[in-house]
Design a protein around this ligand. Structure first.
Ligand code: ZN
Length: 304
């Protein structure tokens, strides 16, 4: 077991967090969410997805969000894309990094993005190539790495082979995503170790949903096993419109709290994250899944 000094966190609330919400959030509120994340210390943010607005109405204003945000200095703005058309849109909007998604399970891939696992790998490779050709970067996420809502268990050896192949396309990292929140820490330790070995020196990023209460434990298992980048969502919003029963992402403030008290720096301001989670709860008129937004930090920071 090893413990790093610091971990990079990617804020995915503006995309993964919002896209499963039935209530449409205004473009101005999305821009404010991103600005608040930046003020709390986020330096890599998934700002929107460039997908079919008929399938994901919450993301229909992706271009307007990016235009409203501008290009804050020192911040990497990520746009999630599922095909070449989405990649063209995200590049035209001026995003810094494309997020491609390859899927470990055939039935989920077909329902989520009309591609089986092999096709999704091909498309992800082409998206990475498009980003690089345009002078931008790309990240790749392997969805349903720990289990599929339709096929059940996913073969870890298949995920390792996928990661090794995707790494050759030249992304900044390869991520394992627990799209439906079924992973447990022992499984996370084993798969993160195997992936880290398969793609080194490329970093491993992880993406967990807290559907079954194992999200934060999974983050810790991943960090100890060598993951160096962690996705999380302010307030713990999030899900997937095409993953039945998917609950929120791990909350940014819950993860930042756990890591900070364990001696791992994230560069995030816990109080600002909590304030933003509470603000977002008011905007969305819902109670956030985040634990820290309810309980507060410990020890309380002295007033200054
Ligand atoms: Zn997700």
């Amino acid at each position: 077991m090893t413990q790093p000094r610091s971990i990079e966190m990617v804020e995915v609330g503006p995309r993964d967090g919002l896209q499963n919400e039935a209530v449409l959030i205004s473009t101005a509120h999305k821009v404010e969410l991103i600005r608040r994340a930046i003020a709390a210390g986020s330096r890599r943010i998934e700002v929107a997805s460039f997908v079919n607005p008929k399938r994901v109405p919450q993301m229909a204003d992706a271009e307007a969000v990016v235009a409203g945000l501008g290009a804050p200095e020192g911040v990497t703005r990520i746009g999630l894309v599922l095909n070449e058309r989405g990649a063209e849109r995200a590049l035209a909007a001026g995003l810094d990094q494309l997020g491609a998604v390859a899927i470990a399970s055939d039935p989920f891939g077909i329902r989520n993005q009309g591609q089986d696992s092999a096709q999704s790998i091909d498309v992800a490779e082409r998206i990475v190539a498009m980003a690089r050709a345009a002078g931008r970067s790309a990240q790749v996420t392997i969805a349903t790495s720990f289990g599929c809502p339709f096929a059940g268990e996913v073969d870890p050896a298949h995920v390792v082979r996928m990661a090794a192949r995707l790494a050759e396309a030249g992304p900044v990292e390869v991520a394992l995503a627990d799209t439906i929140g079924v992973a447990v820490p022992a499984q996370v330790s084993a798969l993160v170790r195997a992936i880290a070995g398969a793609i080194a020196p490329l970093p491993v990023r992880v993406h967990f949903h807290n559907t079954r209460g194992t999200g934060v434990a999974n983050v810790w298992a991943a960090v100890e096993a060598g993951a160096s980048v962690v996705d999380a969502s302010i307030g713990g919003l999030g899900g997937c419109p095409f993953a039945p029963g998917a609950a929120g992402n791990v909350a940014s403030e819950d993860v930042a709290y756990m890591l900070a008290r364990s001696g791992v720096e994230t560069g995030l301001d816990l109080n600002r994250l909590i304030e933003t989670a509470q603000w977002l709860g008011q905007v969305m008129d819902k109670v956030m899944p985040s634990m820290l937004a309810k309980a507060g930090p410990f020890p309380k920071q002295a007033d200054q």
